[in-house]
Design a protein. Structure first.
Length: 200
């Protein structure tokens, strides 16, 4: 598809392809699917592809698009601010693109490789502060972008995510386990009730 040939094709964000050099994994853009943000599989066979919410770092934002919606929500800073802003632009009819030929190194958490349920996988370790904002902001955004029945399924999904993070903290984290577990509990609670002005 040639964007320049489409009169109604309005670009909101153009983002690079970020990857973590420690794991060689691409940090994928996100799409909102029914009740949650879902990582969109990277497609290196094209020059660009669309997503709802690309990463903020290294992105270019159209000034014309930015004037149509409120600015990024500062209360969502640290984690989730890009998910919210990108999706709001999409809802206004703008297209957010990831350029596959523009690469950017981006450290994402502290990855460790673990064996879980007989499979090796990378998991991210964070500070208690980061766990708090991930749980709070994602719980807030996903339950509020969900509509109808999916509002309930989003709630269940966020509780499941919180419990899974607590399991990983108990099994694999080496320090501040209790503080990090409390951060997940408190962050999820505040996100679900809509209190995102309360800092850690």
């Amino acid at each position: 598809m040639n964007c320049s040939q489409q009169d109604n094709y309005k670009i909101g964000i153009i983002a690079p392809t970020p990857s973590d050099p420690r794991t060689s994994k691409v940090i994928e853009g996100a799409v909102f699917f029914k009740d949650h943000f879902l990582a969109l599989k990277h497609n290196s066979s094209v020059d660009f592809y669309e997503c709802d919410s690309p990463i903020t770092s290294g992105s270019l934002i159209s000034l014309a698009a930015a004037k149509t919606i409120p600015p990024p929500c500062v209360d969502l800073f640290i984690d989730g601010i890009d998910l919210d802003y990108g999706l709001r632009l999409r809802q206004k009819g703008f297209h957010n693109l990831i350029a596959t030929k523009a690469s950017m190194h981006h450290n994402f958490g502290s990855p460790i490789q673990v064996k879980f349920m007989n499979k090796y996988r990378y998991i991210q370790q964070y500070s208690a502060l980061r766990y708090y904002y991930i749980c709070r902001n994602h719980s807030y955004l996903e339950t509020r972008f969900s509509q109808g029945y999916y509002h309930f399924t989003s709630l269940m999904r966020r509780l499941k995510y919180m419990l899974l993070q607590i399991v990983f903290i108990i099994l694999y984290d080496l320090e501040d386990k209790q503080l990090k577990i409390w951060a997940c509990l408190l962050g999820t609670y505040r996100g679900l009730i809509g209190n995102i002005s309360k800092t850690w």
